[in-house]
Ligand binder design. Sequence first.
Ligand code: PLP
Length: 400
Amino acid sequence: MADSPGKRKTAKNRKSLATRAVHAGEPRKRYADSITTPIIQTSTFTFANTKAIEDYTKKGKMRYEYARYGNPTATIAEARLADLEGAQDCVVFSSGMSAITTTILSLVQSGDHIVITDDSYKKTLEFCKSYLKQFAIECTIIPFGDYHILEKAIKKNTRFIFSESPTNPYLNIFDLVKIKKIADRHNVLTLIDSTFATPYNQRPIEFGMDIVLQSCTKYLAGHNDILAGAVLGRKELIDKIRDLHKSMGGTIDPHCCYLLLRGLKTFPLRVKYQNESALKIAQWLETHPKIKKVYYPFLKSHPHYDVATNQMTGGGGVVSFDIKGSLNTAKKFLDALKLCFIGPSLGGVETLITHPALVSYYDYTRKQRYTLGITDTLFRLAVGIEDTEDIITDLENALK
Ligand SMILES: *Cc1c(COP(=O)(O)O)cnc(C)c1O
């Protein structure tokens, strides 16, 4: 499988993404000749003698000391993720939110200002607008897609622009080329949560973004069985984040890291299939008489179709759609599904469907939800790896 789109193929002589997802970051000569990665299940590492201590403390010899500061299984996951994303370095975390909050805190000081787009992940947004205030860090939330407002929001003390692409649930696409130009004009950092895309569909570092965040819980691990996160970027930035991570302590467990590495081996296969399946489902939904609107970045009807097809390989595995009818119609549709599971999250092998009004935004009033575009009849379908026709049949029967 080649990296595509071909026009953005990176370094020459590099193996394709599919091959690197299986092998990158790991020496060919394995521990005990095992083909799989060892799980070094330990909280501490021992020193053979005082010379070993001094080699480490005084001469800076690379080794492990205590599991919060690093673990060999995690090191391999970090090297593999960095390779796939085309980043110099990576730190893995116990969750995506741990990666995001630790990264943000490592970059700001009181008196700083940050800019974030309004349809960022709900918990990221909450952290920026409420929690950072306690440290006198000011946050401007700007409407997604308005690059003029975005540029005007930047001040002298702005440290970074944080965004996401694609976003939830409308799968808006952030124009990485435009944002890079704005960031360069004002000398601010760019942080992008690329969870919905994965490095199969989009590699923001190739567009000059400074930091990429991933919730590996989703496509990268891919089996709905672990939480994990990662931050990727230039070494000097990642070093700072790794330092703070040692204090914050959102350390990933080695066994969890093993599951992440196992999931990574098949992620290009899964995402390729999920791209194709989601596009077919989106096209089918668009023709269905009971559907009001479909949101999928690789549909021509999507407002960001051109940007999406320019910066992404595929549209990803998430399709959002609005059905005709009322909240009651929406509930009936959900209750009639037999294959798709009702549940949050995305990126795993099982197809999941969520109803944002009843789940993520249950604590908002109807009016608040509607201003955010979260209607009573909006659904987000996270397509798994089941047969496309079986998913369509399930949706069709439930819509009846
Ligand atoms: C799930 C998700 C997160 C949070 O990741 P966790 O692993 O659940 O902590 C952040 N951003 C996006 C876009 C997500 O989908």
